[in-house]
Ligand binder design. Structure first.
Ligand code: ADP
Length: 267
């Protein structure tokens, strides 16, 4: 393996609690080099799943969090001036394509439209990445895999994924775990007792019922892990939930009050 990727191999098994057959499905898709979309709300375990799968499949993992300012050059690379003159620097996608690895583009629809242009020839039989600015066409390494994540919850029509792009991928739907499993995850990740984890999960479940009724998103597993970690640090459940769940989730005083009510009922 190329030295550039050696450090991106995940040595220790990332803890991932599966709730369906996603591990088998994803493994088969990766074996057949099918690019994948992981759909689901923020903080429900998509990134952890990818880390776990990269470890299982022994593939280096190259993650790129996408945002609205991200352009194709951020993915593929650019010419940069240094002491020795102008040098080409491969971007993260190019590194994965050239040397082989699992490239994970988190929240891909946030990136500018020009990024889809580079993804297209990589996601069909050609498996190539044209580097126009460098005058090179990189043929994908046999170990190159592409996985993107996407949150259908808060996408505006303009930012939706185009059919011409999405039809190149396979997709797996993620959602928050069933309550009992989420309790296990929160206890494992934060160190709280299953009893406290159960109460935290109850607060989240109630908040998720408010999705679309003022709240864009309910309390995620990530937020529960944060709250639990603070409780493990000796912070009171009220303060921990306010800091890690209620306050970050919404600025609306009424919704905050509703959320505090859910916490009061549990602790
Ligand atoms: P996403 O990528 O969907 O935004 P993450 O994968 O970052 O979410 O999940 C947030 C946190 O929730 C993780 O860091 C982990 O602690 C926890 N988590 C969520 N789902 C699981 C799961 N199925 N197994 C283990 N941990 C999980």
């Amino acid at each position: 393996m190329h030295e550039k990727l050696q450090s991106l191999i995940i040595e220790d098994e990332p803890y991932y609690r599966s709730s369906g057959n996603e591990v088998a499905l994803f493994s088969a898709a990766m074996k057949r080099k099918l690019p994948m979309i992981l759909k689901g709300p923020t903080g429900c375990g998509k990134t952890r799943f990818v880390e776990h799968m990269a470890w299982r499949l022994k593939l280096p993992l190259i993650t790129m969090a996408c945002n609205e300012d991200m352009t194709a050059s951020d993915l593929v690379g650019r010419w940069l001036l240094d002491a020795e003159g102008t040098q080409w620097h491969d971007g993260p996608l190019t590194t994965a394509v050239r040397y082989g690895g699992l490239c994970y583009l988190d929240e891909v629809v946030e990136a500018r439209q020009d990024t889809t242009v580079v993804i297209h020839p990589l996601t069909d039989d050609r498996r190539i990445l044209p580097l126009d600015k460098r005058g090179e066409v990189v043929k994908a390494h046999p170990d190159f895999r592409l996985v993107v994540s996407y949150n259908p919850g808060y996408q505006s029509a303009a930012k939706d994924m185009k059919q011409s792009t999405r039809q190149r991928f396979g997709a797996i739907d993620f959602d928050f775990l069933p309550q009992a499993v989420e309790v296990e995850v929160v206890a494992h990740e934060s160190g709280v007792t299953p009893e406290i984890a159960t109460r935290l999960v109850s607060v989240a479940t109630q908040s998720r019922a408010l999705r679309g009724r003022g709240l864009d998103e309910g309390i995620s597993t990530r937020m529960l892990v944060h709250s639990g970690s603070l409780i493990s640090e000796g912070i009171s459940p009220h303060d921990a939930c306010a800091l890690a769940m209620t306050a970050p989730l919404t600025d609306d005083p009424d919704l905050q009050a509703a959320m505090s009510g859910f916490v009061e009922a549990q602790f």
